[in-house]
Write a protein that binds this ligand. Structure first.
Ligand SMILES: [Mg+2]
Length: 259
């Protein structure tokens, strides 16, 4: 009879040193044309518009990446690890493909990926999304859902019947984040809106928080998903809100407004 070693029961200490701030790669984030002075005063008037990024804010993208792992013939763990390394190095997520399948043209698999993914489904929604949007609308906030997505995702998002006032994808807006045109086109969806009237809620520092602030919007950094956990803010940047979930957002905004 062979002896077996019991699995270790030592508690795992969460990593604390994963911030990008010590890395040269942070330069990739600060290369954006960004003026820290453009950040709105957190003590100023509360926003009346709350705009949400889509991926990893509303939609848990686990299925997206799991299907890519399946198509490339690697485990979800391996895919996630390589994606995390790409994020920390400041690379685009597409950098994972040459690492995992150097001899494969991954773009040839896009149609098959889409067939297996089948678009957004209720199961992809983070569980705190629906109640947050409902509460915000009840409180009188204008709710906008807008992120870097192909136009076909707008219909899929509408089919989820989420409380909202406007939905727009980057393809429909004619501009992708982090371009300023994305934010100005999004603001134009709302009647008589100015950038400072809106709070943008996003999971990425480079694609959401910094460019939204540079465009004059209020910002909420939602620290969930791969980017939300791995990225960090440059030292000289403050955001209006930093949250780990959407549950508290309606209350915080109501308090900010002075309700
Ligand atoms: Mg996102």
């Amino acid at each position: 009879m062979s002896e077996t070693t019991p699995p270790t029961t030592e508690p795992v200490t969460p990593p604390t040193g994963t911030a990008l701030e010590d890395r040269d790669d942070l330069e990739d984030l600060t290369e954006l044309d960004f003026d820290p002075a453009a950040i709105p005063d957190p003590d100023g008037p509360a926003p009346r518009i709350v705009a949400f990024d889509i991926g990893e804010v509303l939609i848990d993208e686990s299925r997206v990446w799991g299907i890519w792992a399946e198509l490339l013939g690697v485990s979800p763990l391996t895919f996630a690890a390589v994606l995390g390394a790409a994020i920390v190095q400041g690379d685009d997520h597409r950098a994972v493909f040459p690492h995992l399948a150097p001899n494969v043209d991954w773009e040839e698999f896009e149609d098959e990926h889409e067939r297996r993914y089948g678009g957004f489904h209720e199961v992809d929604l983070y569980p705190d999304v629906r109640s947050c949007l409902e509460e915000l609308q009840q409180l009188g906030f204008v709710v906008v859902l807008a992120g870097n997505q192909p136009a076909r995702r707008a219909a899929q998002l509408r089919a989820l019947d989420l409380p909202h006032d406007h939905i727009a994808t980057s393809e429909e807006l004619g501009s992708d984040k982090p371009e300023p045109g994305f934010f100005s086109a999004m603001i134009d969806l709302v009647e008589r809106a100015r950038p400072q009237d809106a709070l943008y809620v996003g999971d990425r520092v480079d694609n959401d928080v910094l460019p939204a602030a540079a465009a004059g919007l209020r910002t909420c950094w939602l620290r969930r998903g791969p980017w939300g956990h791995l990225q960090d803010l440059p030292d000289d940047v403050e955001v209006d809100l930093v949250l780990e979930g959407l549950g508290e957002l309606p209350l915080l905004l109501a308090q900010w407004r002075g309700d």
